[in-house]
Design a protein around this ligand. Structure first.
Ligand SMILES: NC(=O)C1=CN([C@@H]2O[C@H](COP(=O)(O)OP(=O)(O)OC[C@H]3O[C@@H](n4cnc5c(N)ncnc54)[C@H](OP(=O)(O)O)[C@@H]3O)[C@@H](O)[C@H]2O)C=CC1
Ligand SMILES: CC(=O)N[C@@H](CCC(=O)OP(=O)(O)O)C(=O)O
Length: 342
């Protein structure tokens, strides 16, 4: 099988390239860059790939469709809403790591991403690929966002089984710097990131509507969530700390049983035993999500901690999971289920 990849010079594109290289069903990876650009050797934009002979060619929708079975876009927001339209028109298979096709309502995209949305008829063809819930995939798969993935996996059993007060969800999520991509900004300079914590996009994060869209599908009674994001001084990793009020008095054992019921058969979701809480290093380098649960009977609060590697489960790893599901390969094909530890 031949697959196309746009955005190999970015952080999630590089991660995806490495995963595709060792995927047993992938015979060739064809790389594409900016439309109208000159072909360039991969090793010149990514010096760690000196032994790779691949060349990044200018994006051309017709060439992509002629040469490949599927295309991955690991491109910045606003790119696929432009570049993918000819592929969508031909129902050519796409897995899009960006947020451009995750929100089904174009007005919501414009509001939260501060740019024009893809045309409504193109958006209508996309499916939201929250891979651990085995969604029905269309030819256009919108790969979920990193914070949204960690948060939704941490909330799903509580929401699906209506174990909580729907008006009480508070999420305190933290991310390593690679979540922001390779571009340098004033807040991503070493002196700002090192020895520091930075809250950002308070009540304005683009993953708020993405999480809400899915939560409402599971339980329409969820009115809103409190959701904050903090940049922490690590390279990879997301920790989503979730606080919710229990619908009725409960125990850690009862809530853990609900999580086991949902995730027991899922190869990538690890529910830790009572008394254990996950660390980022439990998942870094793997496609796993690790979840810890604790119930405080004094405050009637259920506390859930969900951790992922933002470039794996939060981006490239989940994209491969969706690729496997789309072509009916075994779920773990080409994906690491053990972290790089320590
Ligand atoms: N980093 C993460 O943890 C996660 C990222 N995502 C999403 O995945 C996407 C990629 O993120 P990330 O890897 O961090 O971003 P980077 O900024 O690191 O990389 C962006 C890539 O997109 C390419 N690109 C930008 N514009 C175009 C264009 N018009 N045509 C072709 N290629 C283009 C860039 O190429 P060039 O350098 O040549 O411009 C670069 O290769 C984003 O939409 C992001 O929101 C989703 C989940 C997690
Ligand atoms: C640390 C950091 O800056 N992380 C990014 C996550 C990027 C992402 O996943 O955004 P999309 O929805 O565009 O895919 C952020 O918070 O915006």
């Amino acid at each position: 099988m031949q697959v196309a990849l746009v955005g190999v010079s970015g952080y999630s594109g590089m991660t995806l390239y490495a995963l595709l290289k060792q995927h047993p069903a992938v015979d060739q990876i064809n790389l594409y860059g900016h439309a109208g650009s000159q072909p360039v050797a991969l090793k010149t934009v990514a010096p760690m790939y000196q032994k790779e002979t691949a060349v990044i060619r200018p994006f051309d929708a017709q060439a992509v469709m002629a040469q490949n079975d599927l295309i991955f876009f690991a491109t910045s927001a606003g790119v696929t809403s432009q570049l993918a339209l000819p592929l969508i028109a031909e129902n050519f298979p796409v897995i899009d790591l960006s947020g451009d096709f995750r929100l089904s309502n174009p007005a919501q995209y414009t509001k939260w991403y501060h740019r024009a949305a893809a045309p409504a008829e193109a958006l209508a063809k996309a499916s939201y690929g929250l891979a651990d819930f085995n969604p029905t995939l269309t030819t256009y798969v919108a790969n979920p966002g990193c914070y949204a993935t960690a948060t939704l996996l941490g909330l799903a059993p509580l929401v699906q089984q209506q174990l909580i007060n729907p008006n009480s969800i508070v999420v305190d999520a933290k991310s390593g710097l690679s979540g922001a991509g390779k571009k340098l900004t004033p807040t991503s300079q070493f002196a700002m990131v090192n020895d520091n914590l930075q809250l950002y996009k308070v009540n304005q994060h683009q993953h708020i509507p993405e999480v809400m869209q899915q939560l409402k599908k599971w339980w329409p009674a969820i009115p809103a969530i409190e959701f904050t994001t903090t940049l922490i001084p690590v390279t990879r990793g997301i920790m989503s700390s979730i606080y919710v009020k229990a619908a009725q008095a409960t125990t850690t054992a009862t809530i853990l049983a609900a999580f086991e019921q949902v995730y027991g058969d899922q190869p990538f979701v690890q529910i830790l035993p009572a008394g254990e809480m996950p660390t980022l290093k439990d998942v870094i380098g793997s496609n796993n999500c690790a979840i810890g649960v604790n119930v405080n009977p004094v405050t009637n609060t259920i506390f859930v901690v969900s951790v992922i590697d933002n470039l794996m489960k939060g981006a490239a790893g989940q994209a491969i999971q969706n690729f496997n599901a789309y072509f009916n390969f075994a779920p773990t094909t080409g994906l690491p289920t053990l972290p790089v530890f320590p």
